[in-house]
Each structure stands twice: as C-alpha cells, then as structure tokens.
Design a protein around this ligand. Structure first.
Ligand code: PMP
Length: 425
C-alpha cells in the first residue's frame, strides 16, 4: 500500500471522513486524496514523493506560492518571542493599517480566526445595527459554515449535495432569503416583500464557490442602490477576492463601496485568519465600543498577523498584480486553444488570478448554469490532470488560483497535461 493510502486509511479511523474540512476528502471525484507533505513555490509533494503543480493554494491564501522565504523567515524570528498573548500587540496595528489603507470602504477593522467567523460576525453586526433580522444571500454563494449561510450554499456544501444542512434551526433558516446571482429583479422582489426586515445583503462580489462567476455589468451597483433605498447593509464577502483580484479587492476593481467587508485567506499568509470591517458608524457598534458582542481567544494572533502583514507588503511591490493577470491570462488562453483543438465544449471564466473551466456549451453567469455543467467530464478531466501532476480543486464548483510563484514552465506543463486530459474525455 502506498504511504498516501496508508495515511488516509488511518485518518478515516480517527477523523470524520479522514479530513478536517469536507471537500478535501475528494468525495466528489473517483479517487482518494494524496496526503501532502510539503510545498515550495508553485508545487506541492505528497507522501509518496509525487510532485504536483498546485492551483488550489490552500483554497486561496497562498497568493505568493508555498513557503515564501520572506514570510517564513519573518515568522521564524517572531516565533521565538512567543505565539500568543491574548493582549494587544503592535503587529495588530500594522496589519489593520495595511487593510485600511488598501481597502477603500474600511475605516475600522476587527480581526478574527476564519472567514466563517468574519461573515457570522458581520451579519450579527448588521442585524444589531439595523434592528432587523433577515438577510439576503445568493444561490451558490458560500460564506462559511455559519447557520445563517448554509442555505443553498456553494463550495463543499454544493459538491457534496448538502446545500442546506440538517442542524440549522428552521426558525433561523427562515431569516435567510435567497436571490439569484446577477439577477437584480430577484433581489428587488425580496425587498418588495420583506423590505423592512432586511438587515443585510451579503454577496461574493466575484462568486468563487460555484466555480468563478464574475458580476454582470451593473449588478454590484444595483445592489448598492437597492440597499441604499432599503436602509439595508451591503456586505461584500471578500474572503476569497480580497487582495486577490486587486490590492483593494473586488470593491476596488468594480468601484463599488460596500458598508461592510469580510476578509480572510490572503490576510493570514497561510495562517488561520479572518477579518471584518467597514464604516465607523457601523463598526462602532461592536463590543467594547458598542453593544454587539464578538470576541476571540486567538483573534489577532501575532504570528498570523505577521505572516499576513508580510504577505500584503510583498503584494504591494511593483507589477505583482500585473504578473498574476498575465500568467493566468496565458494559462486560460492556452486552455481555450486546447479545448478548441479537441472540439470539447467548455467555458472558462476568469477574474485576475481566479479561474474556472466549466464543461458546458453555455455561458455560466449564475448557479443554475454552473450546475448544468457536465460532471462526468469534470471527473475524468480531474483524474487525468492529477495523474499528470496538476493539482486542481476536486470539484467543478471551485475556483482555481494562480500564484506569483507560477512560472512559464509551470504553465506549459499544465497546458500539456490539459491537452492530454481532453484527449481522454
Ligand atoms: N466566504 C467566502 C467567500 C469563502 O470563499 C470562504 C471559504 N472558502 C468563506 C467565507 C469561509 O472561510 P473559512 O473557510 O476560513 O471559514
């Protein structure tokens, strides 16, 4: 038995499904997951010594690639001074100042430990601020596993056929209203019916948990005015898009100012982290300034803050986003050529260094269209790619991520594998 198989078998005895987060179990695809031992640059290696070019990047955080020397060295030095104090440290100011400088709508920011915590806290805050209970989310968007969000959720919930989870009280689920992505009429209809009780609209400004679905022209702007007219809080969940699609996230890219923003992934530089922030007027409602309670033993952990701070500094060096754009554009153009030559109908959506290939004849602009893509073809493609040493998310409903470590040779190798994988469909 291979080391990978041995370790995964043991994991299944110890941990539900052998994993600490569901999609890692590869249940949506017909193979078991490799067990990862180490990463460097654009590559990861499994316990059997196989190398893969990685397009998962720990599901988004690793925009610099694996084990970036500057971040690792910085963290190593700080580790010697202790790992957590549960008391204020200067590093918390450093990262808060970076976030406030880069993200246009954020005046005050609170650090938490995951994206889930960030979205849960932002919704509590929006409810506390408005005195209203209901929220609107979009079908196929994923905002972590908080009770209010496991209603027609994307990502793993979708991959594993559990977009609505048992264990979420019906009373709470009824406070979550679901609209269609890129469809303002569906939002308007909910506002007409429940307007006075809608605390917030939460949206992924580029949807990355049903593949990659960019906002249609005018969609985000329309949400902004619907929220303004209804006195509802507009929350951009930028856990994935923050510092990914532009230094200031999707709100900078599309020029729309939300009231609250949730962040995660990249701001932890590979350590567990989340954050939410926004206008003073709303953020001042958070404890200890205001009555809305939210706390955390390890929140603002100095090591996570340091890794995030260093990552944000590196990202602000010249040409980083241009490089991400060019590398990903080259990759996608090559994939499109391959698809054409092979005569395989597919759509590739891309925003900056986020991309997704759907095995579908029709454009994908919402959940309905994403879910119509051919799953058998995806599975066969996925297995072929991993055999060729290309590590993709094991689900057709996830975004792929390119990092600053992906080089021309990695892209070439990926395109070769892609060409071969299409031949096997
Ligand atoms: N929001 C979005 C947009 C996400 O993509 C994710 C995770 N993929 C989350 C929230 C939840 O973050 P976490 O997994 O850190 O709890």
């Amino acid at each position: 038995m291979s080391r990978n198989a041995e370790i995964f078998q043991e994991a299944q005895r110890l941990i539900p499904g052998g994993v600490n987060s569901p999609v890692r179990a590869f249940r949506g695809v017909p193979i078991d997951p490799p067990i990862i031992k180490r990463g460097r640059g654009a590559s990861i290696w499994d316990e059997d010594g196989n190398e893969y070019i990685d397009y998962v990047g720990s599901w988004g955080p690793l925009i610099l690639g694996h084990a970036p020397t500057e971040v690792i060295e910085y963290v190593k030095i700080l580790l010697a001074d202790g790992t957590s104090f549960g008391a204020p440290t200067e590093m918390e100011n450093n990262i808060a100042a970076e976030i406030i400088k880069l993200v246009p709508s954020i005046e005050l920011v609170r650090m938490v430990n995951s994206g889930t915590e960030a979205t849960m806290s932002a919704v509590r805050l929006a409810r506390g601020f408005t005195g209203r209970n209901k929220i609107i989310k979009f079908e196929g968007c994923y905002h972590g596993h908080g009770d209010s969000f496991l209603i027609k959720a994307g990502s793993g919930a979708l991959t594993l056929g559990q977009p609505d989870s048992p264990g979420v009280p019906a009373g709470l689920a009824s406070e979550t209203l679901v609209a269609q992505y890129n469809d303002l009429t569906s939002v308007q209809a909910l506002m007409n019916e429940y307007g006075d009780d809608i605390a917030a609209v939460i949206v992924e400004p580029v949807a990355g948990n049903m593949g990659t679905v960019p906002p249609a022209e005018g969609f985000l702007k329309g949400l902004r005015s619907l929220c303004d007219n209804n006195d509802s809080v507009l929350i951009f969940d930028e856990v994935m898009t923050g510092f990914r699609v532009a230094p200031g996230g999707a709100q900078e890219l599309y020029g729309i100012t939300p009231d609250l923003t949730t962040l995660g992934k990249i701001i932890g530089g590979g350590f567990p982290v989340g954050a939410y922030g926004g206008k003073n007027e709303i953020m001042e409602q958070i404890s200890p300034l205001g009555p809305v309670y939210q706390a955390g033993t390890l929140s603002g952990n100095p090591i996570a803050m340091a890794a995030g701070y260093k990552t944000l500094q590196i990202l602000q060096q010249p040409n980083t986003y241009q490089q991400l754009e060019e590398t990903t554009a080259t990759l996608v153009a090559g994939m499109e050529d391959n698809l054409k030559s092979a005569g395989v109908p597919a759509q590739i959506n891309r925003v900056g260094s986020m991309f997704c290939q759907y095995f579908s004849e029709n454009p994908v602009t919402n959940f309905q269209q994403a879910s119509q893509a051919n799953r058998d073809q995806f599975n066969s493609y996925f297995v072929q790619m991993i055999r060729e040493g290309i590590y993709l998310a094991p689900s057709p409903f996830e975004a792929g991520f390119v990092s600053l470590s992906h080089r021309a040779a990695d892209i070439e190798k990926t395109l070769d594998a892609h060409r071969k994988a299409l031949e096997h469909l």
